[in-house]
Design a protein around this ligand. Sequence first.
Ligand code: HEC
Length: 272
Amino acid sequence: MPGIAPQRIPLAPQRSSPQDLEISGDVPGIPQGAERFVRYEDLSRLAQVTFAVKDDENFSGPVKLTGVPLDELLRALGVSGGQLIAATADDGYEAHYTAEYRATHHPFLVLRIGGQEPAHWPKGPNGENYGPYLISHASFSPAFHILAQKEEPQVPYGVTGLRFLDEAAVLKELRPPGARSATSQAMLGYRIVVQNCLRCHREGDVGGTKSPFGWPQMALIAQGNPAAFGKYLVRPNAVNPEATMPANPEYDAATVAALTAYFRSFAPEQKP
Ligand code: HEC
């Protein structure tokens, strides 16, 4: 097909090692709903960048990281752009990279830490395994904020796979039904959700699976008990001592109201 770069990276139908990166979604040569596997050795043949990274929250101090820019990987896979890349981690977390995020922050898939291959990687500050893959940046500063939510660095570790999704379709599905203007509470809530909640909560085909609560349940809680919903967002432990969801102490009333309006817009019956 004209306009689509030739594929430069081999895709195997079966996993050959736990270090293989699982690839799925809208990628030439991958049937709908199937996955393919890319070997570490083949990723290592792509053009790479190296940075002395000082502000990645997964490392307690400065660290030299080497890897493949996500946009370079996109080209090597022959993906035509306009894709949202969802990075799936082994703990149910999913990080999301829009085209705009990639152009602003240049995230890269880490292949070497301190010049070393994965077999020699250190453990994280809390004893976690960084591998099979992690994603980082040369440095990160938030490019915008929405109410009390700053743009979040998307820096997952334990990344096992990348999914290439139609960005316009994904964002359309997440947009609040019936939102009238870009500055409505529900639309502000939507932009916050994409920064934060979507990493652990799932809607349809996109989002993390760390939380069992998807959009329908969240809509019911936001609609039926907005006070408890708001309290949970800010301080989950104040509602449920067993809660594992991280607190958002910086969220003020306007931020909570925007998130509540967003999820209420997905409730089956809107109160007038
Ligand atoms: C790092 C993962 C993570 C993020 C980010 C996250 N959540 Fe959660 N959330 C969870 C988990 C896990 C649960 C299940 C209960 C628990 O362990 O806290 C949960 C439960 C909930 C519940 C159900 C509470 C109940 O009634 O039991 C609500 C509502 C909720 N989250 C809203 C949100 C919203 C809104 C955001 C974004 C502002 C968000 N969460 C971001 C992990 C997350």
